[in-house]
Design a protein around this ligand. Structure first.
Ligand SMILES: NC(=O)c1ccc[n+]([C@@H]2O[C@H](COP(=O)([O-])OP(=O)(O)OC[C@H]3O[C@@H](n4cnc5c(N)ncnc54)[C@H](OP(=O)(O)O)[C@@H]3O)[C@@H](O)[C@H]2O)c1
Length: 199
């Protein structure tokens, strides 16, 4: 099960750190090319290598964490998805203005899914701030909760297994329309809820 990461900013790097702690291999990418990532991958750990956006996008699971207005460019011209999984860690809001995007009644993950025909989209890793995501998930006598949602049960099961493997507790919120809305920032009740499930 190969993993690619598109976006090497706060959330992409946090996800890479979490994977690296468990020795899980992944290829991380950004808009500037692999050379710009040499320092990050050296610091994060040996299981993470830098690659191009296209290389990262060939993986079985592609984690995407890009500024909302840059998603379309970041997801253009990639190999056919053919059922591969895209983890949507994005929120429809952007620094420095933090002005909510008009989603025209859809949840943001549905708009992301429209950009990647053939991908099985699972919304996850978007409800916590990057520092909290990167922190040790074992906390307060339990494990930190991550939410996930999606319309494909098998894809969700794979993401759930990954969430468990990296030490978090996963909670299935249902479909993108239902779960995406609950976990979405702004608007949903779950963002920034640092929940710990006691053993
Ligand atoms: N920061 C948080 O705490 C947080 C929490 C939850 C969810 N999120 C969501 O996660 C997403 C990323 O946020 P962030 O804070 O990580 O942003 P960020 O620090 O600004 O990083 C954005 C990344 O996207 C990359 N990117 C932009 N255009 C690209 C393209 N065309 N191709 C490939 N990569 C491209 C950038 O690469 P270059 O620098 O090379 O352009 C950069 O690595 C956003 O949707 C945000 O709402 C953020």
């Amino acid at each position: 099960m190969s993993i690619g990461i598109i976006g090497s900013g706060a959330i992409g790097a946090a996800f890479a750190r979490v994977l690296a702690r468990t020795g899980i291999e992944a290829t991380i990418s950004n808009s500037r090319g692999a050379e710009s990532l040499s320092e990050l991958v050296r610091e994060v750990g040996p299981s993470i290598k830098a690659g191009s956006r296209e290389e990262a996008a060939r993986a079985d699971i592609v984690f995407v964490a890009v500024n909302w207005t840059k998603l379309s460019a970041a997801l253009t011209g990639l190999p056919e998805w053919s059922g591969r999984i895209l983890i949507d860690a994005n929120n429809p809001i952007e620094a420095p203005l933090f002005k909510p995007v008009d989603l025209k009644g859809q949840v943001s993950s549905e708009l992301v899914a429209d950009l990647v025909p053939g991908a099985r989209v699972v919304k996850a890793f978007n409800h916590l701030r990057a520092e909290m995501l990167a922190a040790d998930p074992r906390s307060g006598g339990g494990r930190r909760v991550l939410f996930y949602s999606g319309n494909d049960s098998a894809a969700k099961a794979e993401v759930a297994a990954l969430i468990e493997r990296i030490g978090f507790v996963g909670i299935d919120l249902g479909s993108l329309a239902v779960g995406g809305k609950l976990a979405q920032f702004p608007g949903g009740p779950l963002p920034n809820q640092n929940l710990i499930k006691l053993a």
